[in-house]
Design a protein around this ligand. Structure first.
Ligand code: GDG
Length: 469
């Protein structure tokens, strides 16, 4: 087995099966994959993850300069470890119990077993003294398991979703094991300063370890201690690729075509989300529906386009959410549509990136009303696409992106009256104010792209290595 100096461990490999292309695999879309591709290529890195098909793990293979190591998952493990513990226990708990988390011991058992399998796979492909970077909440136990197998490694972990306040976190029957699992890492990265703070507080309350600034003093089995760093590293997007797409003539033409096909409304409002209860889609629809009802907005002048890409369709809470949203959309449309104009153009579909960027260009107002969100990349993508310095971003204070994107129109999505006023303000905002706000937003997103994010994290890991060696 070839050994790599840098190994990424994530639930999914960075490729999707596609029999129509040579080799049978294509790179999956997504910022993480784009960000790590140059780093991995340069380091001759390896990536450990599930290949996407149950009960089928191909042998390790090379793809675009990266060695890919598939981890097998059975159908039952996908149900218990992924849909169960990851997406029906941790996901709702870490998003402030917007939906009720379910605590099931068989799910936990599967989570432990699968995390061990990932840790063992990473241990077997990492070179002596190498670096492993573990991604996200599906693999919180991997850092500790890996450290036990390979004490010579430098281990990083990045948490893409929020880390909740201790009062909520403490519901977790396995709260101690999860903290210990994460603390196996030398650097534990979070989206927001507040997430890192919640984590440090949970460690103090639950494990009684000392914390100093961003450092956590972790006692080892041999009586010594080491310092793990828990700190914010806000993730970003491949900004330039959005700027480039937005400048393409065909994408710009498509934006005009979209507007025309909606009946040339004065204002287009846009929401783009995975269909997930954390995204605040219902709150957005409620505010918009009331504005039409109150007569503050008219269906002849505005249209809301809501892309809700299909997600986690085997988890009960998502099935129910879809029903609720679709009922609400059809009620609003039934009440408000005219022959020529629709209130909401609802699309339960995924689209190519070109179409997304065309939508961003067509949208006068972008609605990000998440009730809780680690970062929210859609907010940054909209900003990156608007090189014309037009358009208004409405951004929930509960999305991580709110920490950086200070000149967006900030909103508490639970406050429906405030949300309504903010939508009206966005619809009426003069071009000069749009430009002033958008320019400041764009500076942030252009200066802090995903390549910088991965460099900052890997630099912190490198410093952790020199501290301990
Ligand atoms: C998690 C955290 C954190 C969506 N529909 C389509 C499509 N998308 C793309 C968006 C964006 C991505 O998917 C979604 O990223 P978000 O950040 O908005 O949200 P999550 O999926 O919940 O991601 C989140 C993120 O991890 C990274 O750390 O920011 O807080 O929850 O890029 O554009 N892309 C295409 N077609 C679609 O239909 N092409």
């Amino acid at each position: 087995m070839p050994q790599a100096e840098l190994v990424v461990v994530a639930n999914r490999l960075p490729v999707d099966r596609d029999d129509s292309v040579e080799g049978g695999w294509r790179r999956s879309p997504g910022g993480l994959v784009t960000a790590l591709e140059p780093v991995m290529r340069q380091a001759g890195g390896a990536w450990v993850g599930w290949a996407g098909q149950a009960d089928h793990a191909p042998d390790p293979f090379d793809f675009d300069g990266t060695h890919l190591v598939p981890v097998p998952l059975s159908d039952e493990e996908i149900e218990l470890y992924y849909e169960g513990f990851s997406n029906d226990t941790i996901w709702p708990l870490y998003h402030d119990v917007i939906a009720a988390p379910r605590y099931r011991r068989v799910w936990w058992d599967a989570y432990v077993k699968v995390n061990r399998r990932f840790a063992e796979a990473a241990a077997s492909v990492t070179a002596d003294g190498g670096t492993v970077w573990v991604q996200d909440y599906q693999l919180q136990l991997v850092p500790r398991m890996l450290r036990e197998l390979r004490p010579d490694l430098t281990i990083g972990y990045f948490h893409h979703i929020p880390f909740p306040a201790y009062g909520l976190y403490s519901q977790l029957p396995w709260r101690r094991q999860v903290l210990e699992g994460l603390l196996g890492a030398d650097v534990i990265g979070f989206q927001r300063v507040a997430d890192a703070g919640n984590f440090a507080r949970a460690v103090r309350r639950q494990l009684r370890y000392d914390t100093r600034a961003s450092g956590i003093v972790v006692p080892e089995a041999d009586g010594t201690t080491r310092v793990a760093l828990a700190k914010a590293f806000p993730i970003s997007i491949d900004t330039q690729s959005y700027v480039d797409l937005a400048q393409r003539a065909d994408v710009q033409a498509r934006a005009i075509e979209i507007r025309k096909s909606l009946g040339d409304p004065e204002r287009i409002l846009l929401g783009v989300d995975r269909l997930d209860y954390t995204k605040g889609i219902r709150h957005r629809l409620k505010a918009y529906g009331e504005l039409l009802e109150d007569g503050r907005l008219r269906v002849e002048d505005v249209t809301l386009v809501q892309v809700a890409s299909p997600s986690r369709e085997r988890v009960a809470a998502y099935v129910q959410l879809r029903d609720e949203i679709e009922l609400t959309v059809s009620r609003i449309n039934g009440d408000r549509d005219t022959m020529g104009h629709t209130a909401i153009r609802y699309l339960h579909q995924g689209y190519p990136r070109e179409e997304m960027v065309a939508l961003f260009l067509a949208a006068d107002v972008m609605l990000v009303t998440a009730l809780r969100d680690g970062m929210n990349l859609v907010a940054k993508e909209y900003v990156a696409a608007r090189a014309d310095n037009r358009g208004v971003l409405i951004l929930s204070e509960f999305a991580g992106a709110a920490d950086e994107l200070g000149t967006a129109l900030r909103v508490n999505p639970h406050d429906i009256d405030a949300l309504k006023d903010t939508i009206v303000r966005a619809v009426e905002m003069p071009a000069a104010e749009q430009g002033r706000r958008m320019r400041a937003l764009r500076r942030k997103v252009l200066d802090n792209d995903v390549a910088k994010w991965s460099q900052d994290f890997l630099l912190a890991l490198d410093q952790a290595r020199t501290r301990t060696s």
